[in-house]
Design a protein around this ligand. Structure first.
Ligand code: NAP
Length: 476
């Protein structure tokens, strides 16, 4: 399955600068592949290809585009094992997480095959003039897509599928930690019937100059980014020069609130999903656990037992739940969060010791009674560490949960549905899991408020990110 060159106009090419970079296996630090590094000249070649492909692709009927996407869904679903293996090799996540990601990634092709034929418009009489207001949606134009390493397949397909459904060609820059999965998807898209130039892939070690060149090419109209808030801010600034249509899926700092009337078993199960899916390397990962004082001990005991039962090891092996983190920097950052919290008085209930190498492993860790000023309360942990705090009052916990620059997702556990909905409405987050630890669904609008981003992916909204509204004033 392994391709290591750039994919431009349906062809594999080494980069124009002839530079390459290594992709590592985080489980043993061995080199998996040497991948071509794209330059700004390659970026312009990819945009040339996208431009040449645009009219034909946008001119096809929505149904014709939908059938290509449907075939992509079927082909990917038939090859989940191979994609999952590659995801584990380059990202480290355990097999069950990788299979989950591959299936989730394929679902975006199915969903947008279905949604692409529903780019509704509107017709209404102008209230005063007697004219008609005719509103329709058009493909927005060439889209630049930039994706992170934590979901090497799904963060790409969540953008490629709606862009193609809308009629837009794309140039995608995958994360340099994990470019192999996206490259491996290209032969599948060819087989599904995606014409040359409609999807181009540019791995690169020079993300800044590569993406900047594309954001300043007048043929580009959309930039869709998933990654850190820090890089998102830079891309928004770059996008301002040409007033591009931005979609930004940025960082999170998810609160998980367990009220005293919660079903504790359900809360533990939801917390395990919200914390440990993708071993905590998810923008949706529960980062701050707020547990009512009266159930703090029973929740913490049961949750710690569930965390202790997880088996850490090479994600390719049977029975492993927790693979390595993606790289040494991420592992060291997680370790520093734990050390800081403990130094400030948090109780270490599980884990906290990093094993000897090789591999970037960090064990499932539980911290209880984490003080408010610990670094992990303000920042994304992005690893298998649960930081638990106690609270005693509903208004207090809502205020604490909202006290962050982020606003991606929050989780609430309570048996009282009225309370659950009342609290959910007051949470300043784009998504809420109410008695559920998992919100991601291709059919739902995924995205954040505040500094967690702009725009939505999935649902019907995801399609509109790649379309422009046109209004025609007419009369008859
Ligand atoms: P990142 O450092 O922001 O990188 C994301 C992508 O941006 C990579 O492809 C990276 O390329 C590229 N990049 C880096 N600097 C750039 C620049 N100056 N100009 C243009 N592109 C640049 O994020 P990450 O560490 O890969 O991913 C973790 C972050 O993503 C977390 O904050 C997480 O919350 C967020 N995330 C958000 C969502 C969501 O839907 N809201 C989903 C998943 C992850 P290189 O790899 O080559 O550096």
């Amino acid at each position: 399955m392994q391709h290591t060159d750039l994919y431009i106009n349906g062809q594999w090419r080494p980069g124009s600068g002839a530079e390459r970079f290594d992709v590592l296996n985080p489980a043993d630090e061995s080199v998996l592949a040497s991948v071509a590094s794209a330059t700004p000249e390659d970026a312009i070649a990819a945009i040339d290809a996208a431009e040449a492909a645009f009219a034909d692709w946008a001119g096809r009927s929505p149904r014709a585009r939908a059938e290509v996407l449907r075939r992509a869904f079927e082909l990917m679903t038939a090859r989940l094992d191979a994609f999952a293996r590659l995801i584990t090799l380059e990202n480290g996540k355990a097999r069950a997480d990788a299979m989950g990601e591959a299936a989730y990634a394929a679902e975006f092709f199915r969903w947008f095959a279905e949604e692409g034929v529903r780019a509704h418009g509107n017709l209404m009489p102008a209230p005063a003039s007697g004219a008609r207001i005719l509103v329709h949606q058009k493909p927005a134009g060439i889209a630049v897509l930039v994706t992170p390493w934590n979901y090497p397949a799904a963060m790409g397909t969540r953008k490629i599928a709606p862009a193609l459904a809308a009629g837009c060609p794309v140039v995608i820059k995958p994360a340099s930690e994990t470019p192999l999965t996206m490259l491996a998807l290209m032969p599948l898209l060819e087989e599904a019937g995606v014409p040359p130039g409609v999807v181009n892939v540019l791995p690169s070690r020079s993300a800044g100059s590569l993406v900047d060149a594309m954001l300043h090419d007048p043929r580009v109209r959309v930039v869709s980014f998933t990654g850190s808030t820090e890089v998102g801010r830079k891309l928004l600034k770059g996008a301002a020069d040409q007033v591009l249509k931005p979609a930004m899926e940025l960082g999170g700092n998810a609160p998980l609130i367990v009220f005293e009337d919660a079903d504790i078993d359900q809360a533990v199960e939801g917390a395990m999903q919200a914390k440990m899916r993708n071993l905590g390397e998810a923008c949706t990962a529960a980062n701050r656990f707020y547990v009512h004082e009266s159930v703090l001990e029973s929740f913490t005991e049961r949750f710690t037992a569930a965390m202790a039962a997880l088996k850490m090891g090479n994600g390719l092996e049977e029975g492993i739940d927790v693979g390595p983190l993606v790289n040494a920097e991420t592992r060291d950052k997680v370790a520093a969060f734990v050390d800081d919290a403990v130094a400030r008085g948090a109780e270490l209930r599980l884990g906290g010791q990093r094993p000897n190498g090789p591999g970037f492993f960090y064990p499932p860790t539980v911290l209880a009674r984490v003080p408010e000023d610990a670094d992990c309360v303000a920042d994304e942990i992005f690893g298998p560490v649960a930081a638990i705090q106690a609270f005693s009052d509903e208004a207090e916990v809502i205020a604490k949960a909202n006290d962050t620059e982020y606003g991606l997702v929050a989780y609430v556990f309570t048996r009282d549905l009225g309370r659950g909905l009342r609290v959910s409405e007051q949470l300043e987050f784009g998504m809420v899991g109410l008695n559920r630890g998992l919100v991601s669904d291709p059919a739902a609008p995924f995205g954040g408020v505040k500094q967690s981003g702009l725009g939505r992916e999935g649902g019907h909204e995801g399609l509109l990110e790649f379309m422009e509204t046109q209004y025609i004033s007419t009369a008859w």
